[in-house]
Design a binder for this molecule. Structure first.
Ligand code: PRP
Length: 217
């Protein structure tokens, strides 16, 4: 079997992705203590799934590496996929990293097409644009890089489109959910050409992960 190169999203999704590969029989020792090494080998001692080299990357870079074909596959959140691109196969919903995109604001703020143009702060301008376009509402979108909940508190925006996991950040800042936008979870994505060139290896891995996920259901 040919080796595969996989891009894993650093941070929140990282531990759960590593746990999933360990359940699938991979020796992920290198990922537990990577030091400053960036390309890490993970082997499957049983030999029934392809050996892989893994890179840990920021979510948007996972998409870039898979779209450009320097990685055969990747694990990334549906949030980043919705924002950045679709030039790859999205093959599995991995069921972890569950959260939701929501429209949130201070309790008294109304969002109605008949009101004046609302200002929305977000890290996800494309998701926000698509959400309000579907509602037929014109909005002014302000891109923010982090701590988006500050935007309504500072008077920069009327509301935010952001990710909610536990709801703690909204609650502690006096914001409430006005509307659900979309559910989010981690996805396995595959480069279009790799799916043809390394079909046997990719299918072996996908089927193994799929079986594990079904057992968890
Ligand atoms: C995310 C998101 C919210 C928070 C939601 O931010 O943008 O701010 O988590 O989580 P909760 O519902 O469990 O409180 P993140 O921690 O990734 O950092 P950031 O605010 O710097 O973008």
């Amino acid at each position: 079997m040919q080796n595969l190169k996989i891009a894993l999203t650093k941070g929140r999704l990282e531990k759960k992705a590593v746990a999933l590969f360990e359940e699938a029989g991979y020796d992920c020792t290198s990922l537990h203590d990577p030091g400053r090494k960036l390309l890490l080998d993970i082997d499957c001692p049983a030999g029934d799934a392809p050996a892989m080299s893994a890179v840990l990357a920021k979510a948007p870079d996972v998409i870039t590496y898979v779209e450009r074909g320097v990685c055969d596959l990747g694990i990334v959140g549906k949030d980043t996929i919705m924002e950045l691109g679709t030039s790859f196969y999205e093959v599995l919903d991995l069921g972890f990293g569950k959260c939701r995109f929501v429209l949130a604001a201070q309790p008294e703020t109304e969002f109605n097409a008949s009101y004046k143009t609302r200002v929305i702060g977000t890290k996800y301008p494309e998701v926000t644009r698509a959400f309000f376009a579907k509602k037929g509402m014109e909005v002014d979108i302000v891109k923010i890089e982090g701590s988006v909940e500050l935007a309504p508190l500072l008077g920069l925006a009327d509301g935010i489109v952001d990710i909610v996991e536990t709801g703690t950040t909204l609650k502690e800042n006096g914001l409430v959910i006005k509307e659900e936008v979309a559910p989010v979870s981690a996805r396995l994505i595959v480069n279009l050409a790799s799916m043809k060139m390394k079909k046997r290896e990719l299918l072996a891995l996908i089927e193994k992960l799929q079986t594990l996920l079904q057992e968890k259901d």
